[in-house]
Design a protein around this ligand. Structure first.
Ligand SMILES: [Zn+2]
Length: 260
């Protein structure tokens, strides 16, 4: 699924959509419609205007409009952003490699003939009007030691659940969290409060290193653990058979030898 890194790529793609007059909303899937609003409101908001800025917080892409409103785009499990029919990401982990225009759940046509759309086989994304980005925690590119200590110290939740809680740290998903914890030698099931000062220092180091490295490599599925996410696979660090189990419904891989 798109994690913060993928949405950062979508933000860069969205820069190509700025300052282009919006002609018409070509379509919007009912699942995607903003809560409390109808397609009418969205048409009024967008048509004849243009986007002025593309920003991001965690997995939420924010497009500012020339009328001072903002729309937020969410990509669910399988959504990709296309501008003029092109995406920064050709295929997504967990997503179909097929590329069907009928999966466009939200699309805008610009007056210059170009377009912006979200292509999403599973229809779990959304368009929001003036979303509350303050409800999201610190962005995953900007986690500090102080923030991390505050987020972890009083929580009995498993560390992986806490890392994926978007109201605490925005942007980390399943793959990034497993990779970070594997690199940090921390068991994903450990209660958050039980991390020592050294554990937290190591964790912070690997959050930063992992997100920058995987951004460079091209996605949250480019981790060192990724090709070992199969039943019966061995830890690439020490050759131990990896454990596979679920945490909050998400498939988790960890090494029983070096993660504790
Ligand atoms: Zn290991």
């Amino acid at each position: 699924m798109p994690e913060g890194i993928e949405v950062e790529f979508y933000r860069r793609t969205a820069l190509k959509a700025l300052n282009r007059r919006i002609d018409v909303i070509k379509n919007i899937d009912s699942n995607y419609l903003p809560k409390k609003y109808g397609s009418f409101d969205l048409k009024n908001l967008l048509e004849g205007n243009y986007f002025t800025e593309a920003t991001r917080k965690g997995k939420l892409l924010l497009l500012s409009i020339s009328n001072d409103f903002q729309i937020g785009l969410r990509f669910g499990m399988t959504g990709r952003l296309l501008v003029d029919g092109k995406s920064a990401i050709e295929t997504l982990e967990y997503s179909s490699s097929r590329n069907e225009p009928e999966w466009d759940r939200f699309s805008i046509k610009f007056r210059d003939g170009g377009s912006l759309s979200i292509r999403d086989p599973r229809r779990l994304g959304a368009v929001e009007i003036n979303p509350n980005a303050d409800a999201l925690g610190v962005d995953f590119y900007e986690v500090t030691g102080i923030a991390l200590t505050e987020i972890l110290s009083s929580s009995t939740q498993p560390i992986k659940v806490r890392l994926m809680n978007q109201s605490k740290i925005a942007g980390l998903g399943n793959l990034l969290s497993d990779e970070i914890l594997w690199r940090s030698s921390i068991d994903p099931r450990r209660p958050s409060y039980s991390l020592s000062r050294n554990d937290k220092r190591r964790l912070l180091h690997h959050i930063r290193k992992t997100v920058y490295e995987l951004t460079e490599r091209g996605g949250s599925h480019m981790g060192n653990l990724q090709t070992h996410r199969n039943l019966g696979a061995l830890c690439p660090k020490d050759g131990e058979p990896l454990d596979r189990y679920k945490i909050s419904g998400r498939t988790t891989y960890s090494c029983p030898r070096h993660q504790n």
